[in-house]
Design a protein around this ligand. Sequence first.
Ligand code: SIN
Ligand code: FE2
Length: 217
Amino acid sequence: MTLSLFEGVTQRQAQREELCPGATVLRGFAIRDEAAIFAQLSNITTAAPFRHMVTPGGFRMSVAITNCGSFGWVTDRTGYRYDRANPENGKPWPSMPDVFLKLAQDAAASVGFPNYVPDACLVNRYEPGARLSLHQDKNERDFNAPIVSVSLGISAVFLWGGLRRGDKPMRVQLTHGDVMVWGGPARLHYHGVLPLKDGYHPLAGACRINLTFRKAA
Ligand code: SIN
Ligand code: FE2
């Protein structure tokens, strides 16, 4: 471990909660970077605005999404996939800001996933009422790499399920700055988000923003 990475991890001093082997919530881990994250988000969403995509079943997602990084997660009537280009304008997604990459790497390393190199960052925007039903993240090629998920803005109730859709999920309150990492035996656990309640956050306004880092290719 290099000195700078070690310092990065210790300076954050996050309190950890292990939900099950391979899945940990790092409370407040992203707070230190909040201003830089929101500055970068503004650039990203100017170049690639949030959009409500359509699921393969024909439903408009209540969560609005955009991406940064080499690959972006998209959905349309033909299915879910990772795409190098934004289907809205055919352009590559905005590149992943260093502060995003470093945050994801520090979080992964601090819970035992060193050398994490995510190539995709999905940005989810939840407005009051928006929700995400239980699903597994399984469009990625390599399940050895963990998922790193950063919660910003209004708090939400995250559902943390098991390996089967029917496993009763735990309810975990995720607030501004919390980072969740799941990998190894937890990599394919079902998860989702309950409908967002009304609220306000000084940086995010009346919404919740979630950054989900993945190694897609
Ligand atoms: C996701 O599963 O893509 C997002 C989860 C979250 O918003 O916390
Ligand atoms: Fe997910």
